[in-house]
Design a binder for this molecule. Structure first.
Ligand code: ADP
Ligand code: MG
Length: 627
């Protein structure tokens, strides 16, 4: 509990004890008034102050104003009727109990979320003259070797240059199994080193490292408001003044009608009291608090599972997703190609592969990385120049003074080189050296272990259509789609064709249902931003993808898409439950208050009760069922 919360709790207890105790003190008149004023001011002075400030700032209508007017009014009525002051104090008291509970709940869920996101490293270890020195991660330059001991967080992305260990990645991916890392492997910041000492050569600056990117995303996520949140803040803007004017009407009109219309006594105090009750009832706090809190909790719950949602608005869109469009390579497949064969080549296999790897040495395409891996030896990049990558086609580069082209049949056609088709199913990399065909390399990719289940889970979650887009050949595309049970496939697409296909699909679906595109950002970043919602593979995906996407899956597991949709639906359901519940109870109480059945006690109970239930309901969004 914070200092502020402790102070509030003390005020609540003192005011409550005094309020009850004063009922047994037999004094009257001005003395009684003075005595009751003490607990009232103890519990309510800050509300009165805020209400007064609000009036000075010309922002009159807020809940402080409602509470101040209602309680001061109740005191005035009590003086006039020589009645009970307890009610005014009680209203303030319960209102403050509600506020206290709310700040506690919000604080708690914020803490929960920041605990989850407790991945910010405080230092990096650098070895200097044989001893370790702790430095600010911000000051570590690219290429520095840092030391991460067991129990420490990896502060910066890099490559292991010494040692091996297992890493706990659960804060990043939600995956509880530790990940083994060995020499030469990439590690991302934010993981916790568990067993061995690792020496890591950094490949990024701290600010560009995974951990910084994630924290940035989470910190900014609440600034993108959903439509429900916008609705609530607009609603509160009109609602509170409307309530205040209605209260004035309720206080004034019936007595006037009684007096002049019916010749009865006006009963001013009865109607003023009803109007004050009306004000207490109408306080919109439950909604104003619980809706942002629900979204906040939903985003927190998702990030616990390794799903980063960049804003509440995306949670809302995600819940309406009916079309899911996938990129193939790196999204449904691992993007780690194996060489299956080298055909029709005049030079040696090894040599052809060397040319391919060199020509591909600057590209981050999964195919390029796989060819480099297949070649296996150190690449001397000084042998390569004039590299040109044609997205969706391949690369052309100058290797040892020869013009080497590596890519698909589109590239060969484009260069006017006749090529030989391959009969095996696989991705074919045709090679040409100095304008003559030099054979082709057949490579194939492996489907991710969860891809098939992911498609099934999406169908179960009510997704109507699954589509796969790929730049790969028809044969490979159909094989993958068939195996996974994808509804529609479009193959041999250039990056631009992917955008137009998604645009067609956007036209085809109804307005209310949304289209999600899932990709790794390599040759598909424009599609990620064009779709209603872009979902990127975070671990393997490019930085461009993580920028362009609205949702990032930290561990590249397509299973998480269905999970993200489920989380979003639960969150939205909670939001609607709270809206309907809070407004419903308010409406009933307002009617009861206006006709004189509900008194101020009931009003404040209803208000605080609704708020507490709505907050508890909102916090439910933080908890995600394991799938
Ligand atoms: P996908 O839609 O499967 O992610 P891309 O659009 O990235 O595929 O690429 C489509 C096709 O273009 C690949 O299957 C490959 O034939 C060719 N290609 C793209 N980039 C390269 C490259 N760097 N080297 C060789 N071929 C490439
Ligand atoms: Mg791709």
């Amino acid at each position: 509990m914070s200092k502020k919360q402790k102070k509030m709790l003390t005020r609540i207890i003192i005011a409550a004890v005094m309020m009850i105790g004063l009922n047994f003190v037999p004094v009257d008149g001005i003395v009684r008034f003075g005595l009751y004023l003490v607990p009232y001011l103890i519990i309510g002075y800050d509300i009165l102050k805020k209400a007064f400030k609000g009036i000075l700032n010309r922002q009159v209508f807020d809940e402080n104003f409602l509470m101040a007017v209602a309680t001061l009014g109740a005191i005035a009525v009590a003086i006039y009727e020589n009645g009970d002051y307890t009610e005014a104090i009680a209203v303030m008291l319960f209102y403050q109990i509600g506020e206290f509970f709310q700040s506690y709940a919000v604080g708690k869920s914020r803490k929960n979320i920041s605990d989850l996101m407790d991945i910010r490293p405080d230092y990096a270890n650098i070895e200097r003259n044989g001893s370790l020195e702790k430095v600010d991660p911000d000051e570590v330059e690219i290429g520095t070797v840092i030391v991460v001991q067991p129990g420490e967080k990896v502060p910066i992305d890099g490559i292991v240059v010494e040692g091996n260990s297992s890493l706990n990645t659960s804060a990043l991916t939600g995956e509880s199994l530790p990940r083994e890392v060995n020499l030469g492997e990439e590690v991302i910041s934010g993981c916790i080193n568990m067993t061995g000492v690792l020496k890591i050569q950094t490949t990024k600056e701290f600010g560009e490292s995974t951990v910084s990117k994630i924290l940035e995303l989470v910190e900014n996520s609440s600034s993108r408001k959903s439509r429900s949140e916008d609705f609530i803040s607009k609603f509160a803007k009109y609602y509170t003044p409307a309530v205040c004017y209605s209260a004035v009407a309720l206080a004034v009109l019936p007595p006037l009608v009684r007096m002049f219309g019916m010749g009865l006594s006006p009963d001013w105090s009865i109607w003023i009291y009803r109007a004050l009750t009306f004000l207490v009832i109408s306080c919109p706090c439950a909604l104003v608090i619980s809706i942002p809190l629900s979204f906040f909790a939903g985003i927190g719950g998702a990030s616990k599972e390794g799903i980063l949602v960049k804003g509440s608005n995306y949670l809302e869109t995600l819940s309406k997703t009916k079309y899911v469009v996938f990129d193939k390579t790196g999204t449904l497949t691992q993007g780690v190609f194996e060489v299956n064969g080298i055909h029709h080549n005049k030079i040696k296999n090894e040599e052809l592969l060397e040319y391919a790897a060199l020509a591909e040495s600057a590209s981050s395409h999964p195919i390029s990385k796989s060819l480099q891996r297949a070649y296996g030896k150190e690449l001397d990049r000084s042998r390569v120049s004039d590299i040109k990558e044609i997205s969706g086609n391949g690369v052309i580069a100058n290797v040892d003074g020869h013009i080497v082209a590596a890519g698909n049949n589109k590239l060969m056609k484009h260069l006017n080189i006749s090529y030989i088709d391959c009969h095996s199913v696989g991705t074919i990399i045709h090679m040409a050296i100095d304008g003559t065909y030099a054979g082709h390399i057949v490579i194939s990719d492996v489907i991710k272990p969860h891809s098939k289940d992911a498609i099934t889970a999406l169908k179960q979650a009510g997704v109507e259509k699954t589509v796969m887009l790929t730049g790969d050949t028809k044969k490979v595309a159909n094989q993958v789609a068939g195996e996974l049970g994808i509804d529609t496939v479009y193959s041999e697409l250039l990056p631009g064709d992917k955008v137009s296909k998604v645009e067609e699909l956007l036209e085809e679906k109804t307005k209310r249902s949304k289209l999600a595109f899932v990709g790794d950002g390599i040759n598909d970043a424009p599609v990620l931003s064009r779709a209603d919602i872009g979902i990127a593979m975070g671990a393997m995906g490019s930085d461009a993808a993580i920028e362009a996407a609205d949702v990032v899956l930290m561990d590249d597991d397509p299973m998480k898409i269905a999970k993200a949709i489920k989380i979003s639906r639960k969150c939205i359901r909670i939001v609607y439950q709270n809206i309907v519940f809070a407004l419903g109870i308010k409406l009933i109480c307002l009617v009861l208050g206006a006709i004189g059945i509900a008194n101020m006690w009931l009003a404040i109970f209803a208000d605080v009760g609704v708020m507490i239930i709505a907050i508890l309901n909102a916090i439910r969004a933080l908890f995600v069922k394991r799938l």
